[in-house]
Design a protein around this ligand. Structure first.
Ligand SMILES: NC(=O)c1ccc[n+]([C@@H]2O[C@H](COP(=O)([O-])OP(=O)(O)OC[C@H]3O[C@@H](n4cnc5c(N)ncnc54)[C@H](O)[C@@H]3O)[C@@H](O)[C@H]2O)c1
Length: 311
């Protein structure tokens, strides 16, 4: 039996697939982007999650569903595609698994489903009020997951990932953007006043978190997966500058049309991870170590993301 990973050629998917292969699993990847490495236990199917997936699931025992149209800004530019891939595509994954050998689905949702926190820390049952098309799409797909659990008894776990970072992440995300700025001897630009709090999570803690949910997650339950690295955006920029050894200062850009409007900014995103900790998981990588390791990777690879996907 195989483990199916949709979106297995992406930033998180690639790390997950490598982990699953290293653990001796047979893995099948479905992605619209061709995978760039081979392994005797890896099968790749170039396909959209919007297509019929029933045949692909015939020899799979579980599914990690990661394929998505990503990010708040890019999904604003492609709202219909975001809704199609993130909602229809996800429902299609659930529907295709019905009546197959698939016993469990872990669906990567997002901290974006919470929107601005109405309570701190954000617990899995905290109110949800997403402020982006991306966040709405991830929450809508979660609601379908609960529907499939209730209606068909399927075992689906949404996992809400908080600000993931690590080697190989694309240059549209804040950690690689700040690192690239430091490489170029330019000041990292911080939107707003820089006091926004995030909880950055190293990719290795994400992988161990979703693996814990696969092995021990209770049927139909959602889990936050987040690191312990609570930090303001200004402090993040300063930390990256310090690691780079450059003498730079973050540029505080304020809110506005050219940066980000105040209405769209989330000020505090601080999760509770107690629920996943109760399954025996804990994050291992501090924000200081994670940023240092990530900086070193971009330095060594000279920012060439292809290197991440080839090995
Ligand atoms: N990166 C983060 O900080 C973060 C945070 C919260 C949640 N997530 C979730 O984690 C998952 C993976 O994120 P990532 O950072 O690896 O993103 P990514 O963009 O690197 O990977 C997404 C993958 O999905 C594939 N894909 C897109 N549309 C597809 C389609 N129609 N059919 C099949 N494949 C398709 C892409 O080709 C890509 O390989 C997503 O579901 C995302 O919503 C990510």
């Amino acid at each position: 039996m195989k483990i199916l990973v949709t979106g297995g050629n992406g930033f998180i998917g690639h790390a997950l697939v490598k982990h699953l292969l290293n653990e001796g699993n047979n893995v099948k990847v479905i992605d619209i982007k061709t995978i760039k490495f081979s392994h005797p236990n890896l099968e790749f199917v170039k396909k959209s999650v919007l297509e019929d997936l029933r045949w692909d699931m015939r020899d799979c025992s579980m599914v990690y569903h990661l394929a998505a149209e990503l990010g708040v800004i890019s999904s604003d530019k492609k709202p219909l595609n975001t809704l199609a891939v993130n909602i229809d595509g996800t429902v299609n994954v659930f529907r295709s698994a019905l009546g197959t050998s698939v016993k469990k689905i872990v669906y990567t949702s997002s901290s974006e489903v919470y929107g601005e926190a109405r309570e701190i820390p954000l617990r899995e049952e905290s109110p949800k009020s997403p402020v982006s098309i991306y966040g709405v799409s991830k929450l809508a797909a979660e609601m379908y997951a609960y529907g499939y659990v209730k209606e068909y008894g399927m075992d689906i776990n949404p996992v809400r990932l908080f600000n993931v970072y690590g080697p190989g992440q694309g240059f549209e995300w804040v950690v690689p953007i700040f690192i690239q700025k430091a490489f170029n001897n330019e000041a990292p630009v911080v939107f707003g006043d820089g006091s926004q709090v995030r909880c950055f999570t190293h990719i290795s803690d994400i992988i161990s978190g979703i693996e814990t949910v696969r092995k021990k997650g209770a049927k139909g339950e959602a889990y936050n997966i987040a690191g312990t690295g609570q930090i303001t955006m200004k402090d993040l920029a300063e930390m990256i500058i310090k690691v780079s050894g450059k003498s730079l200062k973050p540029k505080i850009a304020g809110f506005g049309k050219d940066t980000r409007t105040r209405e769209r900014e989330i000020l505090r995103r601080i999760p509770s991870i107690e629920k996943l900790e109760s399954l025996g998981w804990c994050p291992n990588v501090s924000i200081q170590d994670g940023i240092r390791m990530t900086y070193k990777w971009y330095e060594k690879s000279m920012g060439n993301l292809e290197l991440f996907y080839e090995d």
